[in-house]
Design a protein around this ligand. Sequence first.
Ligand code: NI
Length: 304
Amino acid sequence: MKKTRLPLFLMLLLGCVTSCQNSEIASNPFQIYDEDVPALPDNVVKTSPKTNHSTRVNPQADVSGIPNFDGGVRTARFLKANIKQPYVALTFDDGPHRVHTIKILDVLKKYNAKATFFVLGSNVKRYPQIVRRIANEGHEVANHSWSHPFFTKLNEAGLRKQLGDTNFIIESTTGQKVRSMRPPYGDTSRSIDALMANQYGLTPIMWSVDPNDWKRPGVQVVVNRVLSMTRPGSVILLHDIHASSAQAVEPIVKGLIQKGYKLVTVNQLRAIANQELKSSIQTSPIPSKSAQPSLQKAMQMGGY
Ligand code: NI
């Protein structure tokens, strides 16, 4: 009995600590590096490269919506937007793929939905015409590295090459500036985030809805997971290199639209979040106690 009581006690204690931390994160819609707030990087669980792509960040971290600030303020990672309006962002990693990405683009066009494609530089080199189509149809093309390494295992030169070469090939292929970055496996650190933001103009984008499509649990399972987990502001993680993921896109898009959601790019979602934030500040001259330090700092730094 004693053996079982101790772990239970520890579990309860840990549960309390975790929930206390999360309620603090949840009450603070901003995270800026200078502040003494719980760091998200610790929540990242790394998986073996052999097991595959996605990674799971501590699901509790999903409670933290982090609007980005324009104007040179460097922020933490964007997991989802804290918004009331029913906008969500579908994101596709690891492509483009010569068959599946095309199929997904056809579906998005049919429903007039926009999405974000976190592409690998090496795949942009192989399929520049698909990347141009993505951009021409109003979707966002974003950086997912050149060859999908673990970022925390690279030295600075290696990291710069992954970021810089991929930005360059996307920008020279599409003519559009790259603004969003998703580190492979979600593997990053504060200093890597700072390098991405300060030197490459990239905001680290994570996700808040992960149906684990890369494990291929079946099309309907992926669809059901996405439809049940999505909330206003969600960033949904899918991979456009799997046939089953591509098949899930039409029922997902259809289902989200039926629920009243509008599908936008990550950039658009961030802009909507900032807009809602600005109007909430205008309508409530005294911000909530928990938001005050961040708000003052953001304003001092020219975030508004
Ligand atoms: Ni990936």
